[in-house]
Design a protein around this ligand. Structure first.
Ligand SMILES: Nc1ncnc2c1ncn2[C@@H]1O[C@H](COP(=O)(O)OP(=O)(O)OP(=O)(O)O)[C@@H](O)[C@H]1O
Ligand SMILES: CC(C)(CO)[C@@H](O)C(=O)[O-]
Ligand code: BAL
Length: 382
C-alpha cells in the first residue's frame, strides 16, 4: 500500500529525530564513559531500532550537560565480589578501554600517578585493592601492613575530581575482593600447606628480590593472573619502583597469552628522593632520615657511571660504600646491575644498552616494638 506523502514525511522525521538523538549519545560515550557505565550504557549503543522504549527514556535523562559533572562525583563503584564486578565489566559499551591498576591499598602519590596515567589512556580505570597473603612469608608483615580503605577511596575520588575534561577516563570501579573470593581453597602462609592453582615465572622469580623472598613472586604472579582474568584489562599499570615485578609481569603476559598491554610508570619520590612506598609509614624520625641511604647509594653509583665508569663491580662497590657509611642503622641486602629481559647480571655496561641498577636495604629497629623495614629502589642506567 502506498503511504501518503505527508505520512511519509512524518515517519522520516520520527526516525531522523532518533538518529540525531543518538549522535550526542555516541559522543558522550567516548568522553563521559563513567557516567554511562552506571546507566548500563551498552544498551544505549544498541542500534536504535532494537532499543526498548525504557532505554530511549534513559537517553533523554542523561543528555543535559550540566548534570554530567555531578553524576561523575557519585559514580565510582566499589565491588567486593567477582560476580558483581563482572556484571559491571560486561555492561561497558563497545569501544570502552579498561586500564587496571593493581595495588595492595594504603594508597599514596605513586599509586595515584598510575591511576592518572590509566585515566589518560583509557575510558575506564579500575583500581584493585587486595592485600595478597600469598606474597607474604609467615615471618613478614602481613598482619601489620597498613590498611586504609576509606582514605584510599577518598584519594581516588579526589583524583577523579582533579582530572580535566580532556582526560578521557575516570576511576570507575574499585575492586576490593575478600581473601575467600580470591583463594577459594584458602591460603595458609606456609607454602607446603597451600593447595590450589599457582603461577610461577621461572627463573626470574628466584633472582634479586626472590633470593631473599622466595615465596614472593609466586604470590604476585598468582594473584595478578587471577586479577587479570577477573578485571579483563586492555592495559595494566605497574610502577617502576618494583622493577623486577614489571619484568615478571611482562613475561607472564607473554607466556600465558594475555591480550593485555603493560605500562610501566616512573617512580614517585618524596622531596629528598626516597621512593614512595606504603611501608614508609613504618618509618619515623631517625629511621626516616637513614631510609634515604638506599637512594643515595644508587645515585652515587649512577654518578660514577655517568662520569665514564662502566665496570659493574666498581659501580656496585660505590653503592655498597654509601650504605656502609650509614653504619648499623641500615643493612644492605643486595645491590645489582642486571639487563632488563632475563635479569642476567651485567659485568660491564655496554654502550647503547639499558641496565637496571637495583637495591634492597633494611632499616633496622631503633626502639621497642619496631620491626625491620625492607626498602627497594632502582635506577635505569642508559
Ligand atoms: N613510588 C611509587 N611510584 C610509582 N609507582 C609505585 C610507587 N610505589 C608503588 N608503586 C606501584 O604501585 C603498585 C602497587 O604497589 P603496592 O600496593 O605494593 O605499593 P607499595 O608502595 O609498593 O607498597 P610496599 O610498601 O608494600 O612495597 C605497584 O605497581 C607498585 O610498583
Ligand atoms: C602487584 C601487587 C598488587 C600484587 O599483589 C603487589 O605486588 C604490588 O602492589 O606491587
Ligand atoms: N610492592 C611490593 C609488595 C610487597 O612487597 O609485598
Amino acid at each position: 500500500m502506498q503511504l501518503s506523502k505527508r505520512r511519509r514525511i512524518r515517519i522520516d522525521s520520527f526516525f531522523l529525530f532518533f538518529f540525531f538523538l543518538r549522535v550526542p549519545i555516541d559522543r558522550y560515550c567516548t568522553s563521559d564513559l563513567n557516567m554511562l557505565s552506571t546507566l548500563r550504557s551498552c544498551a544505549l549503543r544498541r542500534p536504535l531500532h532494537k532499543a526498548p522504549a525504557s532505554i530511549l527514556q534513559h537517553t533523554s535523562t542523561v543528555a543535559p550537560r550540566n548534570l554530567r559533572s555531578k553524576a561523575y562525583s557519585t559514580k565510582m563503584q566499589t565491588y567486593h565480589a567477582v560476580s558483581t564486578y563482572r556484571a559491571w565489566r560486561h555492561s561497558l559499551p563497545p569501544g570502552s578501554t579498561v586500564g587496571v591498576v593493581p595495588t595492595m591499598g594504603a594508597l599514596h602519590a605513586g599509586h595515584i600517578s598510575l591511576a592518572r596515567a590509566a585515566a589518560t589512556e583509557n575510558t575506564h580505570v579500575v583500581v584493585t585493592i587486595f592485600l595478597n597473603p600469598a606474597q607474604f612469608a609467615p615471618t613478614e608483615d602481613l598482619a601489620s601492613y597498613p590498611k586504609t580503605l576509606e582514605k584510599d577511596l577518598e584519594k581516588l575520588e579526589e583524583l577523579n575530581a582533579s582530572l580535566v575534561d580532556k582526560v578521557p577516563g575516570r576511576v570507575a570501579a574499585v575492586f576490593v575482593p575478600t581473601v575467600a573470593e580470591m583463594y577459594p581453597a584458602g591460603i595458609p602462609l606456609v607454602r607446603d600447606q597451600q593447595v590450589g592453582t599457582f603461577v610461577e615465572v621461572i627463573p626470574l622469580s628466584a633472582k634479586l628480590e626472590g633470593g631473599t623472598r622466595p615465596h614472593f613472586f609466586r604470590g604476585v604472579a598468582t594473584v595478578c593472573t587471577k586479577l587479570f582474568n577477573i578485571t579483563q584489562p586492555n592495559t595494566v599499570y605497574f610502577g617502576q619502583k618494583d622493577v623486577q615485578q614489571t619484568v615478571i609481569i611482562r613475561r607472564l603476559l607473554t607466556d600465558l597469552h594475555f591480550d593485555i598491554k603493560l605500562r610501566v610508570i616512573a617512580t614517585e619520590r618524596e622531596e629528598d628522593g626516597l621512593a614512595m612506598s606504603s611501608r614508609n609509614v613504618y618509618l619515623n624520625g631517625k629511621r626516616r632520615e637513614v631510609a634515604i641511604t638506599i637512594y643515595r647509594a644508587l645515585k652515587a653509583a649512577e654518578e660514577l657511571y655517568e662520569s665514564g665508569e662502566k665496570r659493574a663491580e666498581v659501580l656496585l662497590q660505590r653503592a655498597r660504600e654509601v650504605v656502609e657509611s650509614a653504619g648499623d642503622a641500615v643493612k644492605l641486602d643486595y645491590v645489582s646491575l642486571n639487563e632488563p629481559q632475563l635479569l642476567e647480571e651485567v659485568e660491564v655496561v655496554e654502550k647503547g644498552k639499558e641496565v637496571i641498577l637495583s637495591a634492597a636495604m633494611w632499616v633496622m629497629p631503633k626502639g621497642e616494638g619496631e620491626g625491620t623495614v625492607r626498602l627497594i629502589d632502582n635506577l635505569i642506567l642508559s
